[in-house]
Design a protein around this ligand. Structure first.
Ligand SMILES: [Ca+2]
Ligand SMILES: [Ca+2]
Ligand SMILES: [Ca+2]
Ligand SMILES: [Ca+2]
Length: 378
């Protein structure tokens, strides 16, 4: 089971483990203002994409609706809805395999010789010693964050007067604040608005009253975990602040390049427990209170969908299969939501180890090379 190295580390290659899908920008939830920050993305590509997925037949400036696809040598019907797979991007005007997968023609997340020799062999590449993995490293269609706390319990909606409070002991000022909020029919846009919040109202006898939420940096993690202001069961497109690359963080409204870099360098020293909440951004001084309130509604500190490739290899037959998998662990039982057989693209990397260096073959005689075994393309 393996995954690509982080996009922030252009020189390292694949690694063992999973990729958090929330580390990527969800195409189906992204706006033009998010997408435009991605390397190689253009306004024309985005316009084509938006027309491809929107429900109307109105061609936006620089866009392309069904008429364009009807005129292709092989016409096809466009989606007019959310994409099911990232590969559907290849059906959108202007999106090419070179843009989606970059130089990684065999999708193994490693810089193979033919991927670093310019135009000498397929694919075309810039021979700079680094693997450009294209849009696929930044984009997903699989990510969503259930509107429930870290225990899997649906969050309490602050704005619904009858929604019961969480079954844990809350700080008394917070309980009181929520009570007054609801009693006075005031609402908040997002739980983060309870941070340093004050509520003012006029009592029946005409006197003014004021109450502080008591939510500071230390109470923030609890509040963000337990409360919501939305009736939706899930949020699409939140970006995982703990795993997103600089390039993906940069697509979030309100996060510029220096802030994206501060987040990535700041999170290296955060313990796994504190990574469970966005609150560390504020607690560590990566952002101030106004900036935190601006960006927190767009972020998450967890992922419930993961992607990886897995290789199964038979010794001594040398037969193998390579699968691309996305799993969703948000529900009661983990589900495989995407499965693609990549075997025809070849063995992704040479296998090493005592039993792999001997007599394995794949139909023909084949020995060990440099103490690793090379497997022919399936
Ligand atoms: Ca349209
Ligand atoms: Ca490759
Ligand atoms: Ca090449
Ligand atoms: Ca390159």
């Amino acid at each position: 089971m393996y995954s690509p190295a982080s996009s922030d580390d252009a020189l390292s290659e694949m690694r063992y483990g999973l990729t958090s899908e929330a580390s990527k920008l969800n195409v189906n939830a992204a706006h033009t203002t998010n997408l435009i920050h991605l390397p190689r993305m253009t306004a024309q590509l985005i316009a084509g994409l938006r027309d491809f997925v929107d429900w109307d037949s109105t061609v936006r400036p620089d866009g392309a609706e069904q008429d364009f696809y009807d005129a292709l040598p092989r016409a096809y019907t466009i989606r007019n809805g959310a994409l099911d797979t990232l590969d559907e991007l290849l059906l959108v005007r202007g999106f090419t395999p070179a843009l989606l997968y970059g130089e990684d023609a065999n999708m193994n997340w490693r810089l193979d010789v033919n991927e670093n020799d310019g135009d000498e062999r397929f694919p075309s590449d810039n021979a700079d010693g680094k693997l450009d993995r294209g849009f696929s490293q930044f984009l997903t269609v699989a990510s969503y964050d259930p509107n429930e706390d870290n225990e899997g319990i649906p969050r309490t909606n602050l704005n619904l007067a009858n929604d019961p409070l969480p079954q844990i002991e809350l700080p008394a000022p917070l309980t009181n604040f929520i009570y007054q909020l609801r009693t006075n029919k005031q609402s908040v846009a997002h739980p983060v608005d309870l941070l340093d919040a004050k509520l003012t109202w006029t009592n029946a006898n005409g006197t003014k009253a004021e109450l502080a939420s008591g939510v500071g940096k230390e109470e923030l993690a609890l509040v963000l975990d337990l409360f919501t202001t939305s009736n939706e069961s899930r949020f699409d497109g939140l970006i995982d602040v703990n795993t997103a690359s600089i390039a993906v963080l940069r697509t979030v409204q309100g996060i510029d390049e220096p802030l994206a870099e501060s987040i990535v360098s700041g999170r290296r020293s955060i313990s796994p427990e504190r990574r469970g909440s966005l609150a560390w951004l504020l607690q560590e001084g990566v952002v101030d209170v106004p900036k935190f309130k601006e960006i927190a509604p767009l972020l998450t500190a967890r992922s419930r969908q993961f992607s990886f490739h897995v290789v199964g290899y038979g010794v001594p037959s040398g037969r193998y299969r390579v699968l691309e998998v996305i799993i969703d662990v948000a529900g009661d039982e983990p589900r495989i939501t995407y499965l693609r057989d990549l075997t025809k693209l070849g063995m992704p990397f040479p296998l090493t180890g005592p039993e792999m260096t001997t007599t394995a073959s794949n139909g023909g005689a084949r020995g060990a090379t440099r103490s690793t075994m090379e497997v022919p393309r399936g």
